[in-house]
Design a protein. Structure first.
Length: 254
């Protein structure tokens, strides 16, 4: 009997200490939140939820602390979880409103629109939610226009880049063709020089030199021809002179 009593007392005090522990963490977390120490409040409330009984839901407090700490993703999840635990339409509407606010911070405007609509389904008279819904629609439209303009600008930049690349390729091809033609000209000039050197090595005269030598030879031949012609004329004159002298002496041509 004593053993059973000790066991029961241990379980009782253990449960009391556990209850006291998570409740203390909850109160401490709320105090941090009240003082504006939101990161500390967020961390403390998470610890309180971890050690609290399963039927205890601290999503509302955790969501508020997470939102104030800038952890909008966790805040969104916490507010969504807190919706089911609320008993009135107004409170559920407030949680959906908070979900929409978290999504607005993450620039998830399409998601925020749906969350605000859920809030208005629970409480159609909430003008603040109605205003946020209109603002979410405006920002979504602006976001889509900015995205479209950015895509158009990217397309234009890509077209310019493609055009520039094409021009660069064309310039490179032109340079390569020039280098190739230059190489061909140099090779042709080299071949011509080699051919000229080969002709000189074979004893063939260059056309210009050959022309000069031919002219000199022609002049020499002409001089020789003139000399021969003059000698022939002198001989003829000598014969005629002798014949005339003989005729004068005899008076006859025979």
């Amino acid at each position: 009997m004593k053993n059973c009593f000790y066991i029961l007392m241990t379980c009782f005090f253990g449960l009391s200490l556990q209850a006291q522990s998570w409740e203390d963490s909850l109160q401490k977390g709320k105090q941090f939140y009240k003082e504006g120490k939101y990161p500390q409040a967020y961390k403390t409330l998470l610890e309180a939820q971890r050690i609290a009984p399963k039927d205890v839901d601290l999503s509302k407090d955790i969501g508020n602390a997470a939102y104030r700490s800038g952890d909008y993703k966790t805040a969104k999840s916490a507010f969504e979880s807190a919706v089911a635990s609320e008993e009135t339409n107004q409170k559920r509407a407030q949680k959906w409103h908070n979900v929409g606010n978290s999504q607005m911070k993450e620039k998830d405007y399409a998601g925020a629109i749906e969350s605000y609509k859920n809030a208005l389904r629970q409480d159609p008279t909430n003008n603040k939610t109605r205003y946020n819904l209109a603002e979410a629609k405006r920002r979504l439209k602006q976001q889509e226009e900015d995205k479209k303009n950015q895509n158009d600008e990217n397309d234009q930049n890509q077209d310019k880049q493609d055009s520039q690349d094409q021009q660069n390729n064309q310039n490179q091809q032109n340079d390569e063709n020039k280098d190739s033609n230059k190489g061909d000209d140099q090779q042709q000039e080299k071949n011509n020089k080699q051919n000229n050197q080969g002709d000189n090595a074979n004893g063939e005269e260059q056309p210009k030199s050959a022309g000069k030598l031919s002219d000199k030879k022609t002049e020499r031949l002409l001089e020789e021809f003139l000399k021969k012609e003059m000698e022939t004329k002198r001989k003829v004159r000598g014969v005629n002179s002798k014949e005339n002298k003989g005729e004068a002496k005899s008076g006859k041509k025979w």
